[in-house]
Design a protein around this ligand. Structure first.
Ligand SMILES: NC(=O)c1ccc[n+]([C@@H]2O[C@H](COP(=O)([O-])OP(=O)(O)OC[C@H]3O[C@@H](n4cnc5c(N)ncnc54)[C@H](OP(=O)(O)O)[C@@H]3O)[C@@H](O)[C@H]2O)c1
Length: 325
């Protein structure tokens, strides 16, 4: 019998159950993947807590993984049984031995990339691809601010920014995380547990502030992010690690210097198979050329997913975390 993590009701990590289940047979244009490694992401905690709504309860969880094609449905043209594949978007259910998803959500995984690397980088690395290369197309030479620079997305952003010749200022909550962000290529770090972020950004940019600020922390950092953005600059609010940003009065964007704000999702940027494969190929090339090292700092068995989520939410993880079925 196959195993998966599911939850019947929203709540803390304790609602996650490790259960037997009957995997679905792949329908038209669907592929079933035998997962070899599964990625842990902050978004998984949003679906578990109820901040984001799953289609139904009980629900599977997780959107990132890598493995081998186990079965294909009718009209599947791009994959065959035995292919190495990876994915970084829904439907929910990656926390499982066997996961069925549309072929358009899958990419071919080159032999040079291990299953663990792929599971640690698909969702987070594709996010960094679109944040740095599409949402705001960095050219090199810019000085930018990136919050939670030692986390999963942040660790990859530090490396990608360095490769582009961008000076990334990363916020972190401890000296250990600052050292990690620096080792990953951050140009400077600010420890927001005791430093004034806006003041430090002014100093580090000689008063100019940043043309773009990337904020996945959300509620706690929103106003600071506005203060760190140069006039007519862009705030990219891409996550809610400290809670959702709400109740925004648009007038504040005028007051802070005619700022732009976007709230992007990976799904919008990967909404067709061709775009997804192109972005993944760019990501895999960054790994193969050693510009990006996937730091799998934590490994848990799939059965211990609740423990893994507890550590992620308590800010005790760095880099990527994978679950092993
Ligand atoms: N929109 C998208 O397309 C997209 C895609 C992927 C991820 N995301 C978002 O990107 C962010 C990072 O995701 P991730 O999976 O890589 O997680 P992560 O960065 O590994 O973990 C979140 C980090 O946020 C920081 N943080 C600040 N305040 C926090 C709080 N109150 N509670 C918990 N953490 C807090 C912590 O770093 P410090 O201890 O250094 O503060 C923590 O390690 C999340 O918000 C996620 O939802 C968005």
């Amino acid at each position: 019998m196959a195993k998966r993590i599911q939850f019947r009701a929203h709540g803390g990590p304790e609602v996650l159950e490790y259960v037997d289940y009957q995997p679905t047979e792949p329908g038209p244009q669907q592929v079933r993947v035998s997962n070899k490694a599964i990625g842990l992401n902050f978004i998984d905690t949003y679906f578990r807590s109820g901040l984001y709504a799953p289609p139904a309860l009980p629900s599977g969880l997780g959107a990132e993984g890598a493995g081998v094609v186990d079965a294909v449905g009718r009209d599947v043209t791009r994959f065959k049984v035995g292919d190495r594949v990876a994915y970084g978007s829904g439907p929910l259910g990656a926390y499982s031995d066997l996961h069925t998803l549309p072929q358009d959500n899958l990419v071919h995984l080159p032999d040079a990339i291990s299953f663990e690397q792929a599971a640690g980088v698909m969702l987070k690395g594709l996010t960094v691809q679109y944040l740095l290369r599409q949402t705001y197309e960095l050219k090199g030479g810019e000085t930018i601010l990136f919050h939670a620079a030692a986390g999963g997305v942040g660790s990859l952003a530090c490396q990608w920014a360095k490769a582009l010749g961008v000076k990334l200022i990363g916020t972190v909550s401890s000296p250990e995380k600052a050292a990690l962000a620096k080792a990953n290529g951050a140009w400077a770090t600010i420890d927001y547990s005791h430093e004034d972020v806006a003041q430090r950004v002014l100093e580090l940019t000689n008063g100019k502030k940043c043309p773009v600020v990337y904020d996945g922390v959300g509620k706690d950092t929103w106003l600071t992010s506005l203060d760190c953005t140069a006039p007519r600059g862009l705030v990219v609010s891409f996550g809610n690690a400290s809670g959702a940003v709400d109740g925004v009065n648009l007038g504040i964007l005028a007051a802070k210097g005619s700022l732009y704000v976007t709230r992007p999702t990976l799904g919008t940027y990967t909404n067709n198979a061709e775009k997804l494969q192109t972005m993944a190929d760019e990501l895999f090339a960054m790994i193969s050329s050693d510009n990006i090292k996937v730091d799998i700092s934590q490994r848990y068995s799939l059965a211990d997913a609740a423990k893994a989520q507890t550590e992620l939410s308590a800010r005790r993880t760095t880099g990527s975390t994978v679950l092993l079925p």
